[in-house]
Write a protein that binds this ligand. Structure first.
Ligand SMILES: N[C@@H](CCC(=O)N[C@@H](CS)C(=O)NCC(=O)O)C(=O)O
Length: 245
């Protein structure tokens, strides 16, 4: 991917066109970036990529991201994919304390973000939620679909127990204690899509508390209106409903 020098950006000082985000409002990977950017007060030129119309596979968007996936951030001629990398880039641009500069504190944020993105996401989002919610992730016949869910669900539950007991616990408000970090935004995207697919979080009280805390932040409603409208807070939506949306 091309790299270039970028002008420094200070909160509220960049022009609307300086930062552009290719996104979809339902997307597990786009929503954390949208929410974090909203909380930072960043002015972003949002470009919808219609995943339900397969726009991500068209030549125009493929030229922007050969991975054919959102989100993609553009900052001048600097282009960046991967939600985790985008969150870190935005945080560094504005000097947000959601991404600590101390090497060990930062390493903890990275550790939690990798845990969400490579661990919980695999089992809860890709294994449990997407095959149920998105027709193009369905596994065809009912036996294959049931096998995928039977594999992923207990693994997701084991990781959710770790999130509840070890990472969140009874004291901290956020994943890494009292201060919100990038891990909370990234994790929220994954946990909420699990909820949309019908994962019952009632066995995990600390997880429920954290989820409520995150959802109570004004930027959640601001950036999740389409997601909430489609899925409600807890309601599962079947593939047919979504395909017709
Ligand atoms: N690891 C990537 C995942 C990106 C990704 O898979 N995005 C999904 C939406 S959440 C997408 O655009 N999918 C397009 C498709 O499935 O065709 C990230 O974190 O940004």
């Amino acid at each position: 991917m091309k790299t270039s020098q970028h002008p420094s950006v200070h909160k509220g000082q960049q022009t609307p066109s300086a930062l552009r985000l290719h996104y979809h409002p339902i997307s597990t990977s786009s929503r954390p970036v949208m929410m974090f950017a909203a909380e930072l007060g960043l002015l972003i030129d949002y470009r919808l990529v219609d995943l339900f119309a397969d726009e991500q596979h068209g030549p125009a968007f493929t030229a922007i991201n050969p991975n054919q996936a959102v989100p993609v951030l553009e900052h001048g001629d600097f282009r960046l994919t991967e939600s985790s990398a985008i969150l870190k880039y935005l945080a560094d641009l504005v000097g947000s304390n959601a991404y600590a500069v101390d090497p060990q504190e930062r390493a903890r944020v990275n550790e939690a973000m990798d845990w969400f993105n490579t661990g919980l996401s695999r089992e809860l989002a890709h294994g449990f939620a997407y095959p149920q919610l998105f027709p193009n992730h369905g596994r065809g016949d009912a036996t294959a679909q049931a096998a995928v869910l039977a594999w992923a669900k207990p693994r997701a539950e084991r990781l959710l127990s770790i999130l509840d007991e070890t990472m969140l616990g009874p004291v901290g408000r956020f994943v890494l204690g009292d201060r919100i970090t990038l891990a909370d935004y990234l994790g929220l995207g994954i946990v909420t899509v699990g909820e949309a697919a019908g994962m019952d979080y009632s066995p995990w009280p600390h997880l429920g508390r954290w989820l409520n805390t995150m959802k109570a932040r004004p930027a959640y409603a601001q950036t999740h209106a389409v997601f909430m409208n489609m899925f409600g807070q807890t309601q599962a939506v079947d593939a047919v409903t979504l395909a017709e949306a």
